[in-house]
Design a protein around this ligand. Sequence first.
Ligand code: F6P
Length: 546
Amino acid sequence: MTPLNTSEWQSLERHYSDIKYLSMRDEFALDSGRFERLSISSGDLLLDYSKNRITKKTISKLAALVESLDLSGWIEKMFTGESINTTEGRAVSHIALRNRSNTPIIVDGEDIMPAINAVLAQMKRFCGKVHSGEWLGYTGKQITDIVNIGIGGSDLGPAMICDALEPYGVEGMNAHFVSNVDGTDLSTTLEKLNPETTLFVVASKTFTTQETLTNAQSARAWFLQAGSQEDVAQHFVAVSTNAEAVAEFGINTDNMFEIWDWVGGRYSLWSAIGLPIALYVGMDNFERLLDGGHEMDNHFRHQPFEDNIPVVMGLLGIWYINFFGSQTHAIVPYDHSLARFPSHMQQLDMESNGKNTNRQGQRLRYGTGPVIWGTPGTNGQHAYFQLIHQGTQIIPVDFVLPVNSHYPEVDHQSILLANGLAQSEALMKGKNAEEVRAELVKEGLEGEELEALLPHKIFPGNRPSNTLLFPKLTPEMLGQLVALYEHKVFVQGVVWNINSFDQWGVELGKQLAKAILPDLEQGAEVSVHDSSTTSLINLIKQLRTY
Ligand code: F6P
């Protein structure tokens, strides 16, 4: 089923021809109610999507499209545990992990809520022991440092949340994240730590990931320089689906926290993969994060599409990617503690929707997932905003703005917010030739000098952005934000008729790395690869000093 053949898509194509030159600046001038009409609230979270190249009709037409593609049916399938990850034969039930209403969710004929609750209880007991000092290091000292060893979904989400919730950190507790197989990552982390007070959480859904296992083995070797084999149990716990591999690695399975195959890696921070979060900010705050996710789930499941934040954001993405031809999307949090938010969103979106084949196995004829990128404002303004304002592409931007800071003793917040608002206003309004001319004249320029400078100072404007505004970055709000983006990605996957929950595209590189490793390690010159790879391997062998 291609969305292109629906009458709703064709109607959108006609609508696009009618309004593609619509000027947001004119629309705002003509319509004082544009913000009210094109914004949505859910609890404390506001989405202002009025600075987009749309009319209310655009959203109605996009909503009609997803109606015709049975978005409601797909949402129900996800929320009721149907096996919608068809290429892996799995349900997609991360929503169950934060199902605070505890209503049964049936996957493969079984209610999964009791198992989820049991792991949450195990996490609570464990965090309680570590925080109270009941669980001590091998020399009787309190645990002060958690090192999460994982990669991708077993790293990015928890690392992002720990950074973002730093103000909620349990006193005396530090969280570290080691992901890269580049030894620099592990070495620079360990050199600051004391094995007596360090707890490693080895987080891997499969427990087969090369980077994670390599790092975990090296961490254990580092630990064993101080502690003994019997002490390992006090300092290494695991999060996985794979008890056998955990045991084989040497971690006591009593200290293993279970996850399940119906949790995708990039959707797993809500599960025991969130253990480092709970250890760092406390179980109560981890549960507040789950509450926020659940609140967004209810909003997504029950709000009409035109008043539904993830649906509207997903549809706006479709509008720019499939009609305006946008290929990238920037997420710019005006909150330094959300520095890792764009990276988590990058995996979430690009691993989910970076696909060229539909559910039926046919090659697609339309654009799918965009390149997701971004860094915190205001830093980005002094780096890449030039291109967003005056480059040749349309890059939709999400501005993420908390009104209040957790650090009010340094009163920078108004400056920060003024900058965020200024960027979205500037992108929308731009600056036309008459305005530039008037400015230059005022500065005393004239004649050739003025004419030469003028074109460089024009801002085309009419560049789209969303603003997500909320009072403060609490655990609940962060939960809402992450769940919002998860559902946005889901909506787009439904429109594009793709399976957003597999990731076959990461496999080929893994396979080839396994084949190249012995070639790199053996002494003789190799010749079995293409001439580029072969030459690079042989050159590395000549240059290496290890
Ligand atoms: O290589 C991609 C991937 O499979 C991600 O989807 C996943 O989040 C990551 O690797 C880590 O996988 P695991 O948790 O099994 O180690």
